[in-house]
Design a protein around this ligand. Sequence first.
Ligand code: GLN
Length: 194
Amino acid sequence: MPAPIGVLALQGDFREHRQTLAAIGVESIEVRTLSDLSKSTGLIIPGGESTVMQKLAVAYDLFQPIKDALKSGMPAFGTCAGLIMLADQIIDGIAGQAGFGGLDVSVRRNAFGNQLDSFEVDLDFKDVAGPAVHAAFIRAPIVERVGDQVEVMSKLSDGRVVGVRQGNLLGISFHPEVTGETRIHELFVSMVQR
Ligand code: GLN
């Protein structure tokens, strides 16, 4: 591993992502400045609250630099709010909500409503071998439209899409970092090393 993976650390569960990377022996740093970003070989965008993450990214002068880095091919992995930040189109966002974009998908925020605020299920995930992935969903988004260049990585049993990849970008609706699941992080590390 030539350099560490950056974890966007403005808000949300960035510590859990760093613990997951540490569990698979991968070095990471917290990204709060342009200099942190430039030291990172890839970027994890954690779960949290996408609207707050957007505001903080602007306030920390990271919004446009991250957008540009992703566009020029920096590998990135977003979970939950992080997936929302990577989506080109956000449904049910607040006024003025925008992410870094790059994934040609439409993502609906808080798609499961109040009754099903959070739940856990076992999922198949493309390119992840072995037993099913145990996935925790917390006020999770759903991918409602998938562009031509987007690879569907995982679906719920009813067919709704919860994992996508397009080139250098990987986005999922759930939180492997809170259930001790390390294999999706391993998949991302392989995208960084490629
Ligand atoms: N509902 C949150 C949002 O819109 C995402 C929730 C999460 O990351 N667990 O950003």
